[in-house]
Design a protein around this ligand. Structure first.
Ligand SMILES: Nc1ncnc2c1ncn2[C@@H]1O[C@H](COP(=O)(O)OP(=O)(O)OP(=O)(O)O)[C@@H](O)[C@H]1O
Length: 253
């Protein structure tokens, strides 16, 4: 599915947090959203996935008008991995991931064999099979993050939005999570803090500053030392990372 978010504007109180931002994700593209703390990435994403109503703008997933469509129709197509995923009741990992099946079910319809198979597959992909019967609340931050991804995979969305999905994760799992998402081969819009990961996984990048799109293009076009220096107010030099062969970054104040 393709995502078009056009002319998004979000005001919270008197402050304009997102100012006329448009982003476009082509079919099966992995698109990154970068920018400094507080520049409006999460707010923009929330306004796209209906968690925060924008004052202006329209969002389309193919021909589905996301902001005007019922929740169920949107969640049959759009999966979201947000930044904070705390719950206060203790479901098992399997029960948590099973929640991903909800948009595909009728009210009170029970879980069938196909649902269990889909959940099993999602747990396998995220290396969580052995955690299946553990309580979600007993997991570490990184394990919880993987459960949320597994839940979103079980939802079988045709498009995914991720808000800093590698928060809490050690380096190996950061790479794994982005690889798993990439392998889903669906359209993805992800806010990312790690610029090397963005360079490695994104087909296209939007850089935000002060609630606006400051630059957009391929990673090579956007992730230049000049742009990074302006975005983050630091000194930066790029080089070829000897391990990934992608763009590497050296930073300083
Ligand atoms: N409910 C709110 N009330 C007041 N200000 C808010 C609210 N939500 C967000 N903001 C402000 O909007 C700005 C943008 O926040 P947002 O979370 O979108 O930034 P971000 O780019 O995702 O940052 P980070 O990289 O730190 O996650 C920040 O200055 C934040 O304090």
């Amino acid at each position: 599915m393709e995502l078009t978010a056009k002319g998004m504007g979000v005001r919270i109180g008197k402050k304009e947090i997102v100012k006329d931002v448009s982003v476009y994700v082509k079919k099966k593209q992995f698109v990154g959203l970068i920018g400094p703390n507080g520049c409006g990435k999460s707010t923009l994403l929330k306004s796209i996935y209906k968690s925060l109503p924008p004052q202006r703008g329209a969002v389309f997933l193919d021909d589905i008008d996301v902001l005007k469509s019922p929740e169920k129709k949107v969640s049959q197509n759009l999966g979201v991995v947000g930044q904070f995923n705390e719950i206060s009741f203790n479901l098992t990992v399997q029960q948590m991931v099973m929640l991903g099946r909800t948009p595909h079910k009728k009210l009170l319809e029970s879980d069938n064999q196909e649902d269990f198979a889909i959940v099993e597959e999602a747990l396998t992909r995220t290396h969580l099979l052995e955690y299946k019967h553990r309580g979600y609340l007993s997991l570490s931050g990184g394990e919880k993050q993987r459960v949320i991804l597994a839940r979103t995979i079980a939802q079988q969305p045709k498009f995914m939005i991720l808000d800093e999905p590698t928060n809490h994760l050690d380096i190996r799992y950061q790479i794994e999570i982005l690889s798993i998402v990439k392998q889903l081969n669906i359209g993805v819009l992800a806010a990312l803090h790690d610029l090397e990961m963005a360079a490695q996984y994104c087909d296209y990048v939007y850089a935000m500053k002060d609630g606006e799109v400051y630059a957009h293009g391929t990673p090579e076009e956007v992730l230049t030392s000049a742009t990074i220096e302006i975005l983050y107010q630091i000194k930066c030099q790029t080089y070829t990372n000897p391990v990934t062969k992608g763009i590497g970054f050296a930073y300083g104040l």
